[in-house]
Ligand binder design. Sequence first.
Ligand SMILES: NC(=O)c1ccc[n+]([C@@H]2O[C@H](COP(=O)([O-])OP(=O)(O)OC[C@H]3O[C@@H](n4cnc5c(N)ncnc54)[C@H](OP(=O)(O)O)[C@@H]3O)[C@@H](O)[C@H]2O)c1
Length: 269
Amino acid sequence: MTATVRALADGTEIPVLGLGVWQIRDGRECEDAVRWALEAGYRHIDTAQNYGNERSVGRALRDSGLARDEVFVTTKFDPGPRDPAAELERSLERLGLDAVDLYLVHWPAGGPTRAWDGMQRAHERGHARAIGVSNFGAADIESLLGVAAVPPMVNQVQFSPFEFRRGLQEACERRGVALEAYSPLGTGRHLRDREVAAIADRLGRTPAQVLVRWSLQRGLIVLPKSSHHDRIVQNAAVFDFELTGDDLTVLDKLDRTHGTDRALEHPWW
Ligand SMILES: NC(=O)c1ccc[n+]([C@@H]2O[C@H](COP(=O)([O-])OP(=O)(O)OC[C@H]3O[C@@H](n4cnc5c(N)ncnc54)[C@H](OP(=O)(O)O)[C@@H]3O)[C@@H](O)[C@H]2O)c1
């Protein structure tokens, strides 16, 4: 059975399942989603400066009554000319926290090394327990490792059976960078796939559970998003079953990236 927590290269423990809150509106909608997730046993929330909902994440965390060290909180630097260390201080104010567990460069705007000095400063100040990146390809990771005093602990990328970036996964694992799967359900699109549905039917599970489970069994930290109570609960009920070797093979073949080491086929930056 898959462990629910793993260690990053620096020893920081990270829950392998987190709630993603992209496109969940600040206010009641986001507070409810985070509250339901914490009640369902999630101990990892993935937000970002440009999701506009850090305040609600913070409020739901406080209202939960859970101790700060029981929940792993990630936010992401909205890349641009601003200083990542100063922007994290603003995030912490919105979240109502002294530190986040993980702070990521959201994408390599202006090149893979541009934000890193400021990210390291945020880390030195103790405002981020670990720092990392998102949407970085293997070449970006190599460039960054060439200059980093504090190496990235995580690379968060689009990852699912349909985007099975084996080359990127291997490159990151070789360099001690843990991979996180964003859009593990294809922002909903992959839930309608026939082969995913067939496996779900046979196992008496849902397509979402099959896709989340695939990410876990492929060694990823996985971040499904939902703003519905039943789905949030359902997406976390993935630690009491396993996909067989044959299931994994069928799902692996859905890959449309040819096992690329790139982070995205069509970067938006
Ligand atoms: N770093 C980056 O650049 C980046 C980019 C994209 C995403 N992310 C992170 O990854 C997280 C997840 O990715 P995502 O938001 O693209 O989407 P996703 O998790 O792949 O899919 C979410 C979609 O699937 C639906 N859904 C969720 N669970 C379901 C279920 N059990 N049954 C039926 N439908 C279900 C949701 O609808 P409802 O909400 O209506 O239930 C929503 O439309 C984000 O929230 C964010 O934290 C990061």
